[in-house]
Design a protein around this ligand. Structure first.
Ligand code: BGC
Ligand code: CA
Length: 303
């Protein structure tokens, strides 16, 4: 198992600054990272190695993925949308709703993920973060968002083991990472149980990713760090960050050894903002381990 270097520099890689940066997703074919700013409804695409960043105003977006067949699939508000780029110069992007759930006051979509087979999962959250009114959904044939798990408060990180036989999941206020047995052929998740108890660490679990060794990396919102867990649930590394609210992480770069971390500045006081000038920026670290190619699966939109 690849050793983690825990005192590594976190360098900002794009001039873009988010209020609530989220959803880093590496697109190897484009050498680019997709990420979003939820309150501003912005989708960012940062190219590497230049760091040049394009942004697109979508109104509502909490996660974005390249779609099989072209375009970008986004989650936001209460719907999944497909945005198709202009066919010719002078044309505009075309946005189409793929699937939606009934809009509910005080609830919005949050983290989403694509399983190793290209299947889309998205969870919703109670915006006030106090009531279990959210749901974790799977996009099924017929473009139906099937509720898989109800009673979620803040649906966050979703990830899969290298062989696809496990799904990891964080409902942030529970302060734990859960694991399900998973069948990539059908998208069935069963036997939910606690994988790692985080109730005694600072912060709450937000976005997560799985590396080549099957270890789970989680961003601790309010805890100013990333933590890594081995596949048997043991914590084996803590990487302190220069921001208190990291939101999610994803491996990328030419050999999948760059670790990108999205961060937030939302609700920080002026004093806190002065103390953490990188809050809201996209950060890059080089802690050693490599990412798992299947975490960059293209989203497959069923008919
Ligand atoms: C959500 C934020 C929330 C945070 C911690 C993020 O994924 O987008 O709205 O405050 O998790 O619960
Ligand atoms: Ca999140």
């Amino acid at each position: 198992m690849m050793e983690v270097r825990t005192s590594v520099e976190a360098e900002p890689v794009s001039k873009a600054t988010a209020v609530l940066g989220e959803g880093p997703y590496w697109v190897p074919e484009d050498s680019a990272l997709l990420w979003v700013d939820i309150p501003n409804g912005q989708l960012f695409r940062t190219e590497f190695p230049s760091g040049a960043t394009q942004s697109m105003s979508l109104g509502a977006v909490s996660a974005a993925f390249p779609a099989l067949g072209g375009g970008i699939l986004t989650a936001g508000d209460n719907r999944l949308m497909l945005h198709t780029p202009p066919a010719a110069a002078g044309d505009t992007w075309v946005s189409l709703t793929i699937a939606e759930v009934p809009a509910r006051e005080g609830i919005r979509f949050n983290d989403a993920s694509v399983d190793p087979a290209g299947r889309i999962w998205v969870g919703s959250m109670h915006i006030a973060e106090s009531e279990p009114l959210g749901t974790l959904y799977r996009l099924d044939p017929g473009r139906v968002l099937t509720p898989v798990l109800k009673g979620v408060t803040v649906s966050n990180g979703i990830g899969w083991s290298p062989d696809g036989s496990r799904m990891y999941y964080a409902d942030s206020p529970l302060r734990q990472i859960d694991v399900f047995d998973y069948d990539p052929a059908t998208g069935e998740a069963f036997q939910r149980r606690t994988f790692a108890d985080l109730s005694r660490v600072e912060g709450i679990p937000d976005g997560l990713t799985v590396d080549l060794d099957g270890c789970i990396w989680v961003a601790l919102w309010g805890g100013g760090a990333l933590r890594r867990f081995t596949p048997d649930g043991e914590q084996d590394a803590v990487i302190p960050l220069p921001v208190s609210r990291p939101t999610s992480c994803a491996f990328g770069g030419p050999d999948l050894t760059d670790l990108f971390v999205t961060t937030a500045s939302i609700d920080l006081t002026d004093d806190q903002l002065a103390a953490e000038p990188l809050a809201g920026r996209l950060l890059r670290l080089h802690p050693g381990p490599s990412g798992l190619p299947s975490t960059s699966a293209w989203a497959s939109i069923p008919s």
